[in-house]
Design a protein around this ligand. Structure first.
Ligand code: G4P
Length: 525
């Protein structure tokens, strides 16, 4: 197979959802179809359950699982599919944001009864920022849920994207009769028998088949009426609108009962984009270019103190990545080669000789990589960085063991390179502040500093509302701002200025007073 065909058959995507909507279950069913696993239950949820907030062994176990399922590759219908897993727990949302920079499209899972939930909204904002094509899967139709038309309205309104149903449920919960696939105009009859295999359900090709009336009784007419309404309300599906992230095709189903999942997968491989061009600071990089390039979107540390190596996950953006070949590490301005790059097929890892755009390779790392690093075949460019979001919780981090200052500094540095949290250094006195999205991150940092670096840290409260990056095109105003707010000015780990506002009111006042300064809540490094 040629280089071009290899790229065109790749589909690299993530499944995102609010916890419990069914992301893990859906992932598992997709893997079953791909023959990547053979029994249900093989994919463990990487959710960190609420009860485990202070159970570090549990966190460690979960992290172990999540490295195994970080990337799940499999072959399906001539396509190479790469599913990038995202942490279920919202305290690790930043991890998910970064993973979203490495995918070419996304499937959003929405619970039919609960509708759009907060975490889904936040993740969708990232997709919108990056214009990532989105397919919505409305899950759990085997349970009583909201009216499908209401759910679609809610998605349009809350996720701020036009929708276009491509399948339609007949009944819900106890009354679920099946699903009509609008894409290939076939009705699939639901029988709640087999949850585990990828067997074909009974199907009807013709909506006016009298057998359908016998099978569905009054639901048959209801289906015809609903479909008429669907066709009347929603414009015809336009693949370009989907690829431009303007319209989200919607599918209904039950991941648990493996129903509607195959339709989703079949349509997905048909319409979802193959690797798209990536933006570097200097230029756009096309996947079909013959020279290799890629970037690190995730670093996973080995929690075992005896094996301090880490895995850097690299998304291949162009050309062919080859084992034992020298590549340019742009930030370090050094050539590096990799003897054992790893590919991820289902739950197995294996050393690969080469990998194509859209693929993810895992590189063993002894401290060379930071999140966002670019590798190329020689050309000097850097992929546009990964977004950082204003954290919501802040604490001073202090050294609790003066004998271990070096270890603490090294640990904090490396954990920040991994993207575990964000570090801000106050301009005024050099004190270090850790910014997190959730409480769990603080606990993970404390635990890892102790167990991996032998360093003891102590947190002190730092009451803070938000951190925002400042952009200024008026030097005078910026200097004035720095003077007045000197207690609240810090630098992030890239040396960029950040304003730490104590209250929403302070922020509002600053925004209205300093009109020539831009207060940014996300930053793309
Ligand atoms: P997540 O990764 O998005 O957090 O969700 P996950 O797949 O773990 O699913 C959350 C719960 O919802 C699980 O139940 C799962 O079995 C259930 N579920 C997923 N899809 C469906 C569906 O289509 N229909 C129904 N009725 N339930 C579904 P649990 O009781 O929390 O866990 P478990 O003990 O079943 O694993």
């Amino acid at each position: 197979m040629g280089f071009k065909e290899e790229i065109e058959r790749r589909r690299t995507f993530a499944i995102i959802s609010h916890p419990d909507a069914g992301k893990t279950t859906l992932t598992e069913k997709l893997l079953l179809f791909g023959g990547a696993i053979h029994v249900a239950g093989a994919v463990k949820s990487n959710k960190i359950k609420k009860t485990a907030t202070s159970d570090f062994m549990e966190i460690e176990r979960q992290r172990g699982i999540s490295v195994a399922t970080s990337v799940m590759g499999f072959e399906y219908g001539g396509n190479k599919i790469n599913i990038l897993d995202t942490p279920g727990h919202q305290d690790f949302a930043e991890d998910t944001f970064r993973t979203l920079t490495a995918v070419d499209s996304v499937i959003v899972v929405v619970d039919a009864a609960k509708g759009v939930e907060p975490q889904t909204k936040r993740l969708m904002e990232v997709c919108r920022m990056r214009k990532t094509p989105v397919i919505v899967f409305i899950n759990k139709v085997d349970r009583e849920g909201k009216d499908p038309f209401d759910t679609l309205d809610e998605i349009e309104e809350q996720l701020k994207i036009k929708v276009r149903p491509l399948s339609w449920p007949v009944g819900m919960g106890q009354r679920l009769k099946g699903i009509y696939n609008i894409f290939n105009k076939t009705f699939y009859y639901f029988s709640a028998e087999d949850k585990t295999t990828a067997e074909e359900p009974k199907e009807f090709k013709n909506l006016n088949d009298p057998e359908l009336d016998i099978a569905l009784k009054t639901h048959a007419q209801q289906l015809r009426d609903d479909l008429e309404l669907v066709e009347g309300v929603y414009p015809e599906f336009d693949i370009n609108e989907y690829l431009n992230a303007e319209t989200a095709p919607v599918f209904f189903g039950s991941a648990l009962y493996n129903f509607g999942v195959k339709e989703l997968l079949e349509s997905f491989i048909h319409i979802a984009p193959y690797p798209r061009p990536s933006t570097a600071d200097e230029r756009m990089v096309d996947p079909f270019e013959d020279k290799f390039s890629g970037f690190v979107f995730k670093i996973h540390a080995n929690m075992d103190p005896n094996h301090r190596d880490r895995i850097a996950f690299v998304k291949i953006c162009s050309g062919i990545f080859k084992r034992n070949t020298n590549y340019q590490h742009i930030r370090l301005n050094r050539k590096l080669k990799f003897a054992s790059p790893t590919a991820f097929m289902a739950e197995k890892k294996s050393i690969v000789e080469e990998a194509f755009p859209g693929d993810i390779v895992g590189l063993h790392d002894t401290g060379n990589f930071k999140i966002g690093d670019t590798l190329t075949e020689g050309e000097l460019f850097s992929f546009k960085g990964l977004p950082s979001f204003s954290p919501e919780m802040f604490r001073y981090i202090e050294n609790a063991d003066p004998m271990k200052t070096k270890q603490l500094n090294k640990g904090v540095d490396q954990l920040m390179d991994e993207g575990v949290a964000q570090l801000f250094t106050l301009d005024m006195n050099g004190r270090k502040v850790i910014g997190c999205v959730g409480q769990l991150q603080f606990e993970v940092i404390e635990y890892r500093l102790l167990h991996e670096y032998g360093a003891k840290c102590r947190y002190e409260n730092f009451k803070m509302h938000k951190a925002c990056w400042i952009k200024s095109n008026n030097n005078e105003e910026w200097e004035d701002f720095k003077r007045r707010k000197y207690k609240s000015i810090a630098k992030d780990k890239h040396g960029r200025y950040v304003y730490l506002s104590e209250t929403p009111y302070d922020l509002q006042m600053a925004q209205s007073k300093f009109k020539n300064l831009e207060f940014l809540f996300t930053s793309e490094f």
